[in-house]
Design a binder for this molecule. Structure first.
Ligand code: NAP
Ligand code: HSE
Length: 432
């Protein structure tokens, strides 16, 4: 009988349950490939009474049962959140265990230190599932793309928000209902504010940015905005203008600085990223040698995430069986400073409500001109009646040529302060 490699699961929720099932169902097949039998030894949960499709004897409420067990060489962390997950990962590595994690928050906040602890202890931490769900993207950055200088990456890396945006754009779905569907389907984080406020995508961009630009990127280095302020009118106007709205993660290295930002963006509907819908994610990378490449697949959900986690487990198990350590270590060359959001240059879409009378456009364009911003297009859309007593306003949609963020913010404050302007409803960047 093949030797057994015992695995400790920290968490048995959406991802953990799928991992446990896959390891059990594919047992014989994997044993044939690895030459060792993979066995789920224990699974840490919070609630021992919750009905689950596994043998209750596997469950434990005490992490020490896994972290202090010398017979468990591989720990899979799929519990989520910063703590105690971070503490458990570090304890496992210090105890000489290999770790697989799907935890973007921990890897974004503590990745460099965790990788260094693993290197010192001669063990591995694998984190393919932390970005892009089932899409192989960490592996290519670690291995296949290392010959390149990466100039740019643009990505859709949150399945929940892409699902919600697709539902809103194509079915006119209500935000709350679409988010509830994403939660029911197992895409959302335990606290979905992390998804819809762009925090989850910012964690993922910090991880990808560190690998792509060989720079230690912390979550605080990534500017982020979420999708909660988008209105049905924006989807309608975006479509009329030939765009779709996506929550885009952008990393761009230029002139010795790297900019990292996550925010909703209007994308020309002809672009490949614009066609990435529902729970699908995509990461578009531009390297000096390879040119532009695109990674595409399901970015969240039990199956795709389990695919990445189990692949990492198999890789570690194969190396354990062969007594081979991984040679990969991150390299940080300090080549780039971070470009603050104020200095980023992009195009903009603005939707506002203003009094419908002659001279109003002139005031708005003057405010933009004073900030050195050039208009690309202005359209007066339908008139809306708002307020009590009711007042009729014109809805105006304008787009600009490329402008510096700080200038745009100055112009928007000036426009919002104009007595003829009722409100600036949206300011959305246009992908370029
Ligand atoms: P989940 O369904 O909420 O499962 C979390 C599991 O961890 C549950 O079994 C929970 O126990 C256990 N747990 C949480 N905190 C614990 C604590 N303090 N002590 C003991 N057990 C604890 O979450 P998930 O969707 O599987 O996500 C897990 C991780 O994978 C997260 O880092 C997430 O970001 C990442 N991820 C998820 C997806 C996805 O599509 N869902 C995709 C990629 C990455 P109980 O069952 O008793 O509550
Ligand atoms: N909540 C995350 C998402 C899970 O929706 O993308 C995958 O990391």
């Amino acid at each position: 009988m093949a030797h057994v490699i015992r695995i400790g699961l920290l968490g048995l929720g959406v991802v953990g349950s799928a991992v446990a099932n896959a390891l059990m169902e594919k047992g014989d097949h994997l044993t044939g490939r690895i030459g060792r039998r993979l066995e789920v030894a224990r699974a840490l949960v919070r609630d021992g009474d919750k009905p689950r499709g596994v043998d209750r004897a596997l469950l434990t409420l005490d992490a020490d049962d896994i972290l202090d067990d010398p017979e468990i060489p591989i720990v899979v962390e799929v519990m989520g959140g910063e703590n105690p997950a971070h503490e458990y990962i570090v304890r496992a590595l210090r105890a000489g265990k290999h770790v697989v994690t799907a935890n973007k928050e921990v890897m974004a906040k503590h990745g460099p230190e965790i990788l260094s602890i693993a290197a010192d202890r001669g063990v591995d931490i694998s984190f393919e599932a932390s970005v892009g769900g089932g899409i192989p993207v960490i592996g290519p950055f670690k291995l296949d793309l290392v010959a390149n200088d990466i100039h740019e990456l643009r990505a859709i890396i949150n399945g929940t928000t892409n699902f919600v945006l697709t539902q809103m754009a194509t079915r006119g779905a209500d935000f709350a209902a679409a988010l509830a569907d994403a939660q029911r389907l197992g895409y959302a984080e335990p606290d979905p504010r992390s998804d819809v406020e762009g925090v989850d995508a910012a964690y993922k961009l910090a991880i990808l940015g560190s690998l792509a630009f060989h720079t230690v990127v912390r979550p605080a280095d990534v500017y982020h905005e979420g999708i909660t302020t988008l209105s049905p009118a924006d989807f309608r106007y975006a479509r009329e203008l030939g765009y779709v709205i996506k929550l885009l993660a952008i990393g761009r290295a230029r002139d010795g600085a790297v900019e990292l930002r996550v925010h909703p963006a209007l994308m020309p509907e002809s672009e490949m990223l614009a066609k990435v819908d529902g729970v699908f994610n995509a990461v578009e990378v531009e390297g000096d040698l390879v040119g532009r490449i695109l990674f595409y697949g399901r970015g969240a959900g039990a199956g795709p995430t389990c695919s990445a986690v189990v692949a990492d487990v198999i890789d570690l198990a194969q190396r354990l069986a062969a007594c081979q350590a991984s040679l990969w270590r991150p390299t940080y060359d300090g080549r780039y400073r971070f470009r603050p959001m104020d200095e980023v240059s992009t195009r903009y879409y603005v939707r506002l409500l203003a009094v419908d009378r002659p001279g109003v456009f002139a005031q708005i364009t003057r405010a933009l001109g004073d900030a050195q911003i050039s208009l690309a297009s202005v359209i007066q859309k339908q008139n809306l009646v708002v307020g009590d007593p009711p007042v009729e306003y014109a809805e105006i949609v304008l787009t600009t040529h490329e402008a510096v963020e700080a200038s745009m913010q100055t112009a928007i404050s000036a426009i919002a302060a104009l007595p003829v302007v009722h409100e600036v409803g949206s300011l959305i960047r246009v992908a370029s």
